[in-house]
Design a protein around this ligand. Structure first.
Ligand code: ITT
Length: 209
């Protein structure tokens, strides 16, 4: 009997439980062992010092690849609201120094109070960066357009999903089941472009030494 070769590892470098759920589902059909930061024993918190979502994705991917020695996928993402000059943007996780998703959602709703529908356009943006120790980092970006609703609705997803309304679907993002969100979301779209990159890395790491 021949022993089965272990699958190559991919570090999923995020501490966000919502992102972990979404990537675990999206990477399910690839021949890869997804390893979380916790499982890899990486406890260092990498500072997000970039001026853009793309810069922060690259910073996280390169730093965690260095710390773990593993091929690494990192995600930086955020909500851009036109009427707020594209805020919260790169500061989405800490908007207004608020501690919880609910407080951040309430802050956005408050700032948009009285703003008519035609000026409530917003988009989610996600950049995936894939790094390998000592190699050039690769990126893939996805956006998802929608509107800021007048009130929160839905209990699925995470972050700003309850206040993000998708006019074509007549649903708030937080009303979409995981599989459906992954099909239409900024993260799902970024992952479409990243699949080949991940596959490429996996193929390289399974080549005999
Ligand atoms: P990691 O850096 O560890 O990945 P994080 O939550 O700090 O976790 P970001 O710096 O990328 O991640 O911040 C992204 C924030 O943008 C996130 O905390 C949410 O508030 C928001 N966000 C990103 N993707 C979202 C999504 O799919 N739905 C709702 N909100 C989202």
């Amino acid at each position: 009997m021949t022993a089965r070769k272990p699958l190559p590892k991919l570090l999923l470098a995020t501490t966000n439980a919502g992102k972990i759920r979404e990537y675990t589902a999206m990477l399910d059909d690839l021949a890869v062992q997804v390893v979380t930061l916790k499982e890899a024993g990486v406890t260092t918190d990498v500072e997000e010092t970039g001026a853009t979502i793309r810069e922060n994705a690259i910073i996280k991917a390169e730093a965690y690849a260095r710390l773990s020695g593993l091929p690494t996928l990192a995600d930086d993402s955020g909500l851009e609201v036109d009427a707020l000059g594209s805020d919260p943007g790169v500061r989405s996780a800490r908007y207004g120094d608020k501690q919880t998703d609910k407080e951040r959602n309430d802050l956005v709703l408050e700032k948009l109070r009285g703003v008519p529908d035609q000026w409530r356009h917003a988009r989610f943006r996600c950049v995936i960066a894939i790094a390998r120790p000592g190699r050039k980092v690769l990126t893939s970006e996805g956006v998802c357009d929608g509107m800021i609703a007048r009130q929160a609705k839905g209990s699925l997803g995470f972050g700003y999903d309850p206040i993000f309304y998708l006019p074509e679907m007549h649903r708030h993002m937080a009303e979409l089941a995981l599989g459906l969100k992954n099909q239409i979301s900024h993260r799902g779209k970024a992952m479409e472009g990243a699949r080949d990159l991940v596959q490429q890395i996996l193929d390289e790491s399974t080549v005999a030494p």
